[in-house]
Design a protein around this ligand. Structure first.
Ligand code: ADP
Length: 298
């Protein structure tokens, strides 16, 4: 992949100090550079029908879990699917999809994303050692996101799911700015008040950036006892519903807490591959609702 310099997007592979564009004294036209980046993203992604970003107000609510299960469910329905892991400093998609240390094919046309069970995946996890901290400032992270959007050879896809890091930071801003024609965002929350408050921030950001909101998913929305079937609402009850009502966006699903979901994530096979029972039904309902909303937005 190339790098972003002050005068345009270089693809020379040279270090900044060696690149003739970077060492140029020409003044930077920020608007023109931004337009160029948007056009480059548009060109690269023009064969992808639906582009969806998955957000959450805070970490640990199951955003990546939802992303990989949604991807798998869509692929099972015969859709061509890709996942762009935009969580540059904590990339977990590769682990949850079971694509670790894949062989990468970089060509002059761009980088080909590795594929698992028909799902194409690109993640920082493929490009940096997994057991070392990635400590980068915002502009570097934004540069990586821009390259993920412009340098990956996705080919024709029905869906690309973009797994954003928690919050409303640089990555979310870059994606929303560079991909203005995306279908919208899905935000994942847990039912308690603090998580729901964070959801409002994600929804608010999407509104400010004029990105459609596909809806809210309430994850970990109750624990079904595997022995007696009794439901315990560990993180309270109904937060997702309240947020959906208040923010006037669809509630796309409520996924229970299920040990099998956590085990599946750890083993690199999304739960939906072999999961069953109430949790599987909840995921299926969620996917059905998402498709309905997307088709209604089209
Ligand atoms: P986030 O992307 O929001 O940081 P993750 O998807 O990484 O969250 O999930 C955090 C942890 O919670 C993971 O270990 C995952 O397996 C587990 N988890 C997520 N959703 C569920 C669920 N519905 N039931 C049980 N465990 C879950």
């Amino acid at each position: 992949m190339g790098h972003t310099c002050g005068t345009g997007t270089c693809s020379t592979g040279e270090e900044d100090s060696e690149c003739s564009s970077c060492s140029s004294d020409a003044p930077v036209d920020a608007d023109a550079l931004f337009d160029e980046q948007v056009q480059a993203t548009k060109g690269r992604m023009k064969h992808i029908k639906h582009k969806i970003a998955v957000m959450s107000g805070k970490g640990g609510v199951g955003k990546t879990t939802v992303t990989v299960n949604l991807a798998k469910a869509l692929a099972n329905k015969g859709h061509r699917v890709g996942i762009l892991d935009a969580d540059v400093t904590a990339p977990n998609v590769a682990k949850m999809m079971g694509v670790e240390n894949p062989e990468l094919y970089s060509t002059p046309a761009g980088l080909f994303p590795p594929e698992k069970d028909g799902i194409k995946v690109i993640s920082m996890a493929f490009l940096a050692p997994q057991d070392e901290a990635i400590i980068w400032r915002g502009p570097v992270i934004m540069g990586v996101i821009e390259q993920f959007l412009t340098d990956i050879v996705w080919g024709e896809l029905d869906y690309i799911l973009i797994d954003l890091p928690p919050g409303t930071g640089d990555e979310a801003l870059s994606i929303m700015q560079l991909l203005p024609e995306m279908d919208g965002i899905i935000t994942v929350t847990t039912p308690q008040e603090v998580a729901v408050l964070d959801t409002r921030r994600s929804v608010d950001m999407a509104k400010i950036m004029r990105v459609p909101i596909i809806g809210i998913i309430e994850n970990m929305s109750g624990f079904v006892c595997p022995h007696c079937g009794e439901i315990t609402y560990i993180f309270k009850r109904g937060g997702g519903e309240r947020a959906a009502e208040e923010l006037k966006v669809p509630l796309l699903g409520r996924i229970p807490i299920d040990q099998a979901v956590a085990e599946a994530s750890d083993s690199g096979e999304p739960f939906i591959t072999s999961g069953e029972g109430a949790t599987k039904e909840a995921f299926d309902k969620m996917v059905e609702n998402i498709e309905k909303v997307i088709n209604s937005l089209a």
